[in-house]
Design a protein around this ligand. Structure first.
Ligand code: DGJ
Length: 398
């Protein structure tokens, strides 16, 4: 009876949230066992007693249940040999293994062929189509990180199986908001010799003006691979705003510049409208949330699997302007994001200002043993702070 009441309450909150386009409908005060501690960096066993294998992931709430999607990592390689796993939970601390939501395939030459690189999957629910839409970063098998593609898949149910739709580069032939034909022509006129050397003042200026955006708008070759037209898309997340519009946020331009690209109403394609954030800032691992009328984004620098100092940005609109703030992390190893790298920020709905910062502690030599950091975000003078806590419980937000 009590369980029914709880599910009923979840359903009502979920329906309300679905109508407003919000993505996390559960009320944590209804969650079972909120006093079970979250211990970042430790082994997190699932219902089978196995360490959760869902890295670089994100969490979506739907009808009172949280679904955690992430990269399945093997023991000795970071390439994808299984696909995207899914776990479910009513309380964000007890996780049931739901299986492989998106499976890699054995067909040679397939975009998501077993052995490809499939990273940072995120799922959002589209109330218009009633479909669950998964976005991820894809690299074709055997091509390193050269392709820099997005991948997209859909499902009728949160646990899948998701059907792969396509992969590609973003917004081929299109330029960011505000970049005119004249601007494009001016960039095309930059002498190649003057920007051969990276990190010079001339090169910075050219990147700022869109040197790599113009390069990638058309199909070209990097000398080793044929690359399709469109903007590069590596580390990524997706975000559904309170008005129901969705956005794809990803590291582009050789990881130099973040792009924020609007998605179509069915959430499965780009509309062509996009902006660039922090040109030449070298940000990856974007995680975005909104508090009131301010958008916040936490990112990392680009040092492969090794940790570095988190960065933070804010903007009054998703389209910017984005302003950089100091590292929000506090505590031991705060200058290295507690040895982790951001992946997602989970709003705990039903609670005002309750957000969980999610990060990965990568273990490149033993990828499946990578660990998770989940920490509550607090606010000081309205600015987010992520403070290390060995153990904390969800009633922190009460
Ligand atoms: C850092 C990224 O954030 C990860 O997702 C992964 O792509 C590694 N780089 C690969 O070195």
């Amino acid at each position: 009876m009590r369980a029914n009441l709880i599910i009923g309450a979840y359903t009502i909150v979920a329906l309300l949230a679905a109508c407003s386009g919000a993505s996390t409908p559960s009320n944590p005060s209804n969650l079972s066992n909120p006093s079970k501690p979250i211990a970042s960096g430790e082994i997190w066993p699932d219902d089978r007693g196995e360490h959760i294998n869902a890295h670089g992931g994100g969490v979506m709430a739907y009808e009172g249940t949280y679904y955690w999607y992430g990269e399945h990592k093997a023991d000795t390689t970071s390439s994808a040999y299984v696909g995207v796993t899914c776990y479910s939970s009513l309380n964000l601390t007890d996780w049931k293994y739901e299986g492989v939501a998106l499976s890699v395939v054995d067909e040679p030459g397939h975009d998501i062929e077993r052995g490809c690189v499939l990273e940072r999957p995120k799922v959002i629910y589209c109330p218009t189509t009633k479909k669950f839409v998964m976005w991820f970063h894809l690299e074709l098998k055997g091509q390193g990180y050269a392709q820099a593609r997005y991948g997209v898949a859909v499902s009728d149910t949160p646990t899948g199986p998701f059907t792969f739709l396509r992969s590609g580069r973003v917004n081929p032939g299109l330029y960011p908001l505000g970049m005119t034909e004249k601007d494009v022509a001016a960039v095309e006129a930059i002498p190649a010799k003057s920007v051969e050397k990276w990190w010079t003042p001339t090169w910075y200026d050219a990147i700022d003006r869109g040197l790599f955006v113009v390069r990638d708008a058309k199909a070209h070759s990097d000398g080793r691979h044929d690359l399709p037209a469109g903007q590069m898309a590596r580390d990524q997340t997706v975000y559904v705003d309170t008005d129901g519009r969705a956005y794809h946020i990803f590291a582009s331009e050789d990881n130099l510049t973040l792009h924020i690209a609007e998605l179509t109403p069915d959430f499965t394609a780009h509309t062509g409208r996009y902006v660039r954030v922090a040109p030449a800032g070298h940000n990856e691992a974007p995680a975005l949330f909104r508090r009131g009328n301010t958008y916040w984004m936490i990112t990392s620098g680009c040092t492969g699997w090794a940790p570095n100092e988190a960065r933070m940005f804010s903007a009054p609109s998703i389209w910017g302007p984005w302003t950089q703030h100091p590292n929000p992390c506090r505590g031991p190893k705060a200058e290295l994001t507690f040895m982790g790298q951001s992946t997602y920020i989970l709003p705990v709905a039903g609670k005002e200002d309750a957000f969980i910062f999610m990060a990965d502690i990568w273990r490149p030599r033993h990828p499946s043993d990578a660990r998770y950091i989940w920490l509550p975000i607090t606010f000081e003078n309205d600015v987010p702070v992520v403070e290390w806590r060995d153990r904390w419980t969800l009633d922190f937000f009460d």
